[in-house]
Ligand binder design. Structure first.
Ligand code: SAM
Length: 250
């Protein structure tokens, strides 16, 4: 069982209200149309919110357990399709989406090579209508390596009434490789006692220029770059980078 399969049951351990983030995505998508594609969606919570606001959403994830848990929670929502699919090899029936976004929690950084990112961009492009938009959010690589000791995280708002879930994280960042190695232990306490599992994730960071070049190579015109979700025009210095790239004609 891989790390995301293990996490699927407790993915929504923190029931903190993410409405502002989901409203942000509604606003971004609404400028392009109603049909929204959400890669790497986990349970599809953002998609569920957007579908309830009237968008026609297809949200997909490679981990079957994520999609089946998502269907238990959101399967009855009109306008939402939850699909098991691989972003690197995507071939959905519909290929006329107005808007797609890869953001939050470092999703693009789960792709471990430039070649993988290129495949992902080509996959998304082939599912957008001409003039459709891909929004990306990335963490830019830090110049210095660092490490941090184990820290415990409690949910801001507990997600479950029948169990208590908390996490411990420790990690290190290698500036040479631009890789962030995170080791996380998830604890689940219920009436039968406490169980835990440890999982590892590696986030590969990419320079802005690398992603801009890939976008161009894959048939996108990058029309906007931002430094934050208030859409301040991008300027060097921070570690957050967002871009809106339009599927070019041809
Ligand atoms: C950080 S989690 C998802 C976060 C999600 N966007 C959210 O905000 O809840 C990353 C997800 O990407 C999925 N994933 C990883 N590689 C994938 C791929 N090649 N295609 C589709 N999904 C993938 C994992 O199964 C996992 O559910």
């Amino acid at each position: 069982m891989n790390d995301y399969q293990k996490q699927a049951l407790v993915w929504d351990w923190d029931a903190y209200d993410e409405t502002p983030e989901y409203e942000y995505w509604c606003e971004c998508a609404g400028r392009f149309g109603k049909k929204v594609l959400i890669p790497m969606c986990a349970h599809g919570q953002a998609g569920a919110f957007m579908a309830q606001k009237g968008f026609l959403v297809t949200a997909f994830d490679i981990t079957p357990e994520m999609i089946s848990e998502g269907k238990k929670r959101y399967g009855k929502i009109d306008g939402l399709k939850l699909v098991e699919a691989d972003l690197l090899d995507l071939d959905l029936d519909e290929k006329d989406f107005d808007f797609a976004f890869i953001a939050g929690n470092g999703d693009l950084h789960l792709l471990q090579s430039v070649r993988a990112v290129e495949r992902a961009l080509r996959s998304v492009r082939s599912h957008l209508r001409p003039g459709g938009c891909l929004a990306l959010e990335l963490t830019l690589p830090a110049g210095e390596s660092f490490s941090y000791p184990k820290r415990a995280f409690q949910p801001r708002v507990p997600g479950y009434s029948d169990k208590k879930v908390w996490k411990e994280n420790e990690g290190r960042y290698d500036a040479g490789e631009k890789r962030h190695y995170i080791s996380q232990t998830v604890y689940i306490e219920d009436e039968n006692g406490t169980e835990s599992f440890t999982q590892s994730v590696c986030l590969q960071y990419y320079e802005r220029e690398v992603i801009l070049a890939l976008l161009k190579q894959c048939g996108f015109d990058t029309v906007n770059e931002y430094s934050d979700r208030q859409k301040e025009p991008w300027k060097p210095g921070g570690d957050f980078w967002a871009a809106e790239a339009i599927k070019s004609i041809g």
